[in-house]
Ligand binder design. Structure first.
Ligand SMILES: Cc1ncc(COP(=O)(O)O)c(C=O)c1O
Length: 331
């Protein structure tokens, strides 16, 4: 008891010391300022934040939430900066959930959108237009291996929905394996793959197995990929017929809090899943297009070649959501 009391006292003392240090350092610093930026936002004459929020609350469903006591009313963007209704400038460190990859309102993109809109705004795919093939070819040129066929859909959720459907149809098996702490979408199909209770509803979710998350920092097996892979193997051995439809994972979990996978994990589990007849899907919705810094696609950091890659967000920065799903010779 005496030891416990002593430890508690020491811990309270060091916490107080730390708080004091923080406060004294903070108060001696002047508040940070943004570097100069040669751009004057336009004068804003639209509705102010309170009115915008009230209308949102009245006409939109409660699923549209925000995290703030008083959310910002963002009215203009220019490259890495955003401006609120009063013209105040903010550094956009979030890029709309890693979606705005070329900066806000990049002049080259704006110009391309305007020029195309003046010429032709819509054509269905039963007629010809070169853009869809050109874009698919450009994407395919960035892919390794046999990943050369593109499916355009409307969102990351829809890309994962299609990938899951393809995996099940190709393999003839129903069971899908996903990681705990994963986010793959909110449709009635992908909500089953998602493994964060804040993003799930209690609806039928199909045969989904959520295996232990190979989180190298907080995970139960530390960074030992072999033990996490063993857990996945056991799910197949004890929770399925021995055959699965597929496996899906983000290479860095985004919504789950920027969580990397234990090194070597994907190589091990892709082998296991292939042996069980399944298709391996890499969800690159938050990691593709160079967003990891070191590689163009997140899966390359793990040295694997997926059978299907799903992507979104960055590919949608232009005008509307172009979400893309790539598949190999598999399907
Ligand atoms: C990894 C991942 N997959 C899928 C999705 C779903 O994409 P969307 O919101 O475009 O449907 C998201 C969205 O945040 C995501 O982060």
């Amino acid at each position: 008891m005496a030891l416990q009391g002593h430890l508690l006292k020491r811990s309270i003392e060091s916490k107080l010391k730390f708080q004091h240090l923080l406060l004294s350092n903070y108060s001696s610093l002047s508040s940070p300022t943004l570097p100069p930026f040669n751009y004057e936002p336009k004068k804003y004459n639209g509705p102010l934040g309170d009115e915008v929020l009230q209308k949102r609350n009245t006409f939109l469903g409660p699923s549209l939430f925000h995290y703030y006591q008083k959310p910002l009313n963002i009215v203009e963007g220019k490259m890495q900066y955003l401006f609120d209704e009063s013209g105040k400038r903010y550094l956009d460190a979030f890029a709309g959930i890693v979606t705005v990859s070329c900066g806000h309102c990049h002049p080259d993109i704006v110009n391309a959108v305007v020029e195309q809109s003046k010429l032709l705004q819509h054509a269905t795919t039963i007629y010809l237009h070169h853009a869809i093939g050109d874009f698919a070819e450009a994407l395919a040129s960035k892919m390794p291996g046999d990943l050369k066929v593109v499916y355009f859909v409307n969102s990351g959720t829809e890309a994962n929905e299609l990938a899951m459907l393809m995996a099940r149809l190709y393999s003839g098996n129903l069971g899908m394996i996903a990681l705990r702490n994963a986010y793959h979408g909110g449709s009635s199909g992908t909500i089953g793959l998602t493994a964060l209770n804040t993003w799930k509803y209690s609806i039928p979710q199909g045969e989904i197995h959520h295996v232990v998350n190979p989180d190298p920092y907080r995970g139960v097996f530390g960074s030992d990929a072999s033990l996490y892979a063993k857990d996945l193997q056991e799910h197949i051995d004890y929770g399925t017929s021995g055959k699965v439809g597929g496996f899906i994972a983000e290479t860095i979990q985004g919504v789950g809090g920027a969580v990397e996978l234990a090194p070597g994990y994907l190589k091990r589990v892709y082998d296991i899943v292939h042996k069980a007849g399944g298709v391996c899907i890499a969800d690159e919705v938050q990691t593709g297009f160079g967003r990891t810094g070191s590689h163009y696609w997140g899966f390359e950091t793990q040295g694997v070649l997926p059978d299907i890659v799903t992507m979104a967000k960055v590919s949608s920065t232009v005008l509307q959501s172009y979400y893309v799903d790539l598949e190999s010779t598999f399907v």
